[in-house]
Design a protein around this ligand. Structure first.
Ligand code: HEC
Length: 372
């Protein structure tokens, strides 16, 4: 009996998933970190599709299969404006999230990974998550690679709009016209939004998903700096146009792989096939690391002098994140992100833009040396 149990446990491949959290705008964001033995240098950051979550079958299977192939991963749940959201989105509640909110949360998790010594992550997105990942990746230069699984296309978005009236009984134009009249945060009755029928949504949410030119992952893919792997499911009924959208983009830096017989959700072990492709793709040589910054020889006195300016907002008991003891590379990088708009905060943008690189290095070295 003992033996049998032991055997079973070997088969059930213990998933070393650790739930981790992040605070953002008053909300708690959730993610699962799964370690791998002899892990590759790059860690995967996984973003799910429309209204889904980190514990959905595809994401869990993928994390496990990647771990078996030496890839550690972090799978996060997009908050959709809900604190510590779990499971599928609650369609009965007002839908107040916007399409572009995802980009901010993906960026926060990239920062989290960096803070935990995982430089140059590989972003993986599924379906709508692939479009969000592609849009995020097109703005960054610090990624090892990008994997787009069964990516949402402009065509799929166009079909959703064209099918809106048949599905929800009201013309989309009428809904958009009403949304345009309201201020973005006002919640209105809607016949449907995304997969949710007969619910309420903020005007800004409605417009973010249905107004303007339809876009898909292929809209942003050409601007991605890192190598891209597009994993398509051959029996995908949700984005049957994905091969047509991506084939013309194929080149040295954008590879396309088709998984035979797989459907949109890669059910029935097809996630394993996808994991094979992804692990192989992620084993490519990392790009030359960004030049290491010499914090050792930074001018600490100069840093302390410049750092006085930060105290008014970042004092130990203030509401903003404390800076004492922050890792120098992280702080330096964060200032760069505020300066170039990758992190969006007006006060910090002003502060960061007023400092040149030498000053940022001195400040970073100064704060890193506190609390030591
Ligand atoms: C006017 C107020 C203000 C001043 C002055 C200010 N900060 Fe900030 N800082 C903020 C706010 C607000 C945030 C949070 C912004 C966000 O949510 O991204 C922040 C965030 C940061 C972060 C990100 C922390 C993290 O954990 O990711 C760093 C790093 C930082 N500030 C460094 C500095 C440094 C260095 C200075 C001085 C040179 C400074 N700040 C001065 C308001 C300020």
């Amino acid at each position: 009996m003992k033996r049998l149990l032991l055997l079973l446990c070997v088969l059930c491949a213990p998933l070393h998933a650790e739930e981790v959290t992040l605070k953002h705008g008053g909300l708690t964001l959730l993610a699962d970190f799964v370690e791998a033995d002899d892990a590759l240098p790059s860690v995967a950051l996984i973003t799910h599709g429309t209204l889904a979550h980190k514990d959905m079958e595809l994401v869990e299977t993928l994390q496990e299969a990647l771990a078996e192939r030496g890839v550690a991963s972090l799978a996060h749940t997009l908050s959709l404006g809900v604190d510590a959201r779990r499971g599928m989105a609650d369609c009965a509640a007002p839908q107040i999230h916007r399409d572009e909110d995802a980009d901010r949360e993906i960026a926060l998790w990239i920062d989290w990974l960096k803070k935990h010594a995982h430089e140059r992550p590989t972003l993986i997105g599924h379906s709508r998550g692939a479009k969000e990942v592609a849009r995020t990746a097109a703005k960054r230069e610090d990624l090892h690679g990008v994997v787009l699984m069964a990516p949402a296309t402009a065509g799929s978005e166009r079909r959703a709009r064209e099918g809106y009236e048949a599905r929800y009984g009201t013309s989309l134009d009428a809904v958009l016209a009403e949304a345009h009249k309201l201020s973005p945060d006002v919640v209105m009755d809607v016949p449907g939004i995304l997969y949710c029928a007969d619910t309420t949504a903020s005007a800004g949410s409605v417009l973010s998903y249905y107004d303007g030119e339809p876009t898909g992952a292929e809209t942003y893919a050409p601007d991605i700096d890192a190598p891209v792997l597009v994993v398509l499911a051959r029996a995908d009924a949700v984005v049957p146009d994905a091969p047509a959208a991506f084939m013309p983009l194929r080149n040295d830096a954008l590879n396309i792989a088709l998984v035979d017989d797989a459907d949109h959700m890669f059910l029935d072990f097809y996630a394993e096939d996808a994991a094979d492709l992804i692990a192989e793709f992620m084993a490519h040589e990392p790009k030359a690391a960004s030049p290491t910054i010499d914090f050792e020889n930074a001018d600490l006195e100069y840093g302390a002098y410049l750092g006085q300016e930060c105290a008014s907002c970042h004092s130990a008991n203030g509401s903003n994140p404390p800076l004492d003891g922050l890792e120098a590379g992280y702080l330096h990088h964060a200032l760069g992100q505020y300066a170039n708009g990758e992190r969006d905060n007006a006060a910090m943008a002003l502060v960061a833009r007023s400092l040149d690189d030498e000053q940022r290095i001195a400040i970073a070295a100064h704060f890193a040396a506190q609390l030591k």
